[in-house]
Design a protein around this ligand. Structure first.
Ligand SMILES: *Cc1c(COP(=O)(O)O)cnc(C)c1O
Length: 429
């Protein structure tokens, strides 16, 4: 018996699942290319009509008000980052004051490390993992350099036992007395593994170590309880599951127990709002997470988030997670049933509590299979050397699309369609 209870590999069954999908109505909120099937919402989410509207409204405010758009118009820009913080807070399980829309993933990581990393005596090391996204590792290494410390000595990367997953026990074992700070992803970008954030945070705190998380691959797909879990800080981008658009302004969370800590990278937009335009050379930071903003926010890259986050508030993150789990399970069931003896391996964890929002499908010919999928109108993404990431997204993907993806993969493999392509990645993979 393959797959979940009631599973059938038929198109009718897929259509039935779409009929029963309580989030199905949100699909029409998005611009969906009728000639393709989008399975890459974990890299760049699609544009919604509401996000388009709030961006256009912001342009209109610029037309109408010029400089006065900072304080007038539909959404005064001066308070926009704080407004969006309030809208993001339920997605990360924090109070609005603990969150701010600002910067980007990498910039926010720099800010948080510059703020919270203070090596003392023999407690100097930063603990990360060997599977994290390169940008996070580059940032950590450069921060160590700025402290005059050698990253080869002071950056510890927990090893993966199988190249896919990082075991929590291995992370905890690496939490030695030399570790000052831990930076980990909530969800690993390749295998989609969810780390046990609460447990890791508890263990870090028992040892007097600060811990922060990169939530790029969980924000908008999975509920978080950062405040309850007592996470020290977190940061994320808003262009993946959150559909904020290419280069959308990111977000960060700072636990309120750290409020008042001076920003490592100070700038005038971190000022207390009522002091900012006093233009004094003495910085008066906000007494919330807003203190960790740096310069003028990229308003046009904030604006789509207003509309996008309205959709998340309506759909509810718990419902989104339920559908995401279900539609990804359906994808895995179909893969197991239809792609037999074709050398595919499902590389993501199978347990619900350990898997994120995408399926990580491994194959030695992955690069050219991805090119074949694109030729067939299906947009996956490829992660070298051998991963096809497929992300059916709760707000806009259908079960019928997932069914078609697997049928197409089956034909590509049977007819060896991929053989006409080179097995190497493109510039942006
Ligand atoms: C997407 C992603 C990034 C991207 O960082 P940017 O600063 O937004 O370019 C960084 N880290 C992880 C884990 C990611 O998934």
């Amino acid at each position: 018996m393959v797959g979940s209870e009631n599973f059938l590999p038929t198109l009718d069954f897929a259509k039935q699942l779409d009929k029963n999908d309580s989030l199905a109505r949100f699909r029409e909120e998005f611009y969906i290319n009728p000639n393709s099937i989008y399975m890459d919402g974990n890299s760049l989410g699609l544009l919604s009509k509401r996000a388009e509207r709030t961006l256009l409204n912001t342009l209109q405010d610029w037309k109408d008000y010029g400089i006065d758009g900072w304080t007038k118009g539909e959404q005064p820009w001066f308070f926009l980052s704080e407004k969006l913080a309030k809208m993001m807070a339920p997605l990360v399980g924090a109070s609005a004051e603990e969150v701010i829309a600002s910067g980007s993933t990498t910039i926010n990581l720099h800010q948080l490390v510059a703020t919270f990393y203070s090596p003392k005596g023999s407690q100097t090391k930063i603990l990360a993992d060997e599977l994290n996204f390169p940008s996070d590792i580059y940032a950590l290494k450069s921060q160590l350099h700025n402290h005059g410390l050698d990253p080869d000595v002071h950056l510890i990367r927990v090893k993966s036992q199988d190249g896919r997953l990082i075991e929590e026990n291995d992370i905890i074992e690496a939490m030695t007395e030399e570790v000052a700070m831990i930076i980990l992803p909530t969800v690993l970008y390749r295998s989609g593994q969810i780390l046990d954030i609460r447990r890791l945070t508890d263990e870090a705190h028992k040892r007097n170590i600060l811990i922060g998380f990169d939530a790029c691959h969980s924000i908008g797909a999975i509920p978080h309880s950062f405040t309850d879990w007592d996470v020290d800080f977190a940061y994320w981008c808003n262009y993946k599951y959150l559909n904020g658009g290419p280069g959308a302004v990111g977000g960060l969370y700072v636990n309120r127990k750290h409020f008042g800590r001076s920003p490592g990278l100070a700038g005038w937009f971190g000022s207390s709002k009522d002091k900012q335009f006093d233009l004094e050379h003495t910085f008066t930071p906000a007494d919330t997470a807003a203190a960790y903003q740096i310069g003028t926010p990229h308003v046009l890259s904030l604006a789509p988030l207003i509309g996008s986050l309205e959709i998340f508030a309506e759909a509810g993150i718990e419902n989104i997670r339920q559908k995401s789990l279900h539609i990804n399970q359906y994808l895995m069931d179909l893969i197991k049933h239809e792609l037999v003896d074709m050398d595919f391996v499902i590389g993501n964890p199978s347990e619900n509590i350990r898997r994120g929002g995408h399926v990580s499908l491994e194959h030695s010919e992955a690069a050219r299979i991805c090119k074949s999928l694109k030729e067939n109108g299906i947009i996956p993404d490829f992660r070298a050397p051998n991963i096809i990431r497929l992300a059916p997204v709760a707000l806009y993907s259908t079960y019928e699309e997932v069914w078609k993806v697997v049928q197409t993969l089956k034909v590509i493999m049977k007819e060896k369609q991929f053989e006409k392509f080179a097995n190497e990645r493109e510039v942006v993979a």
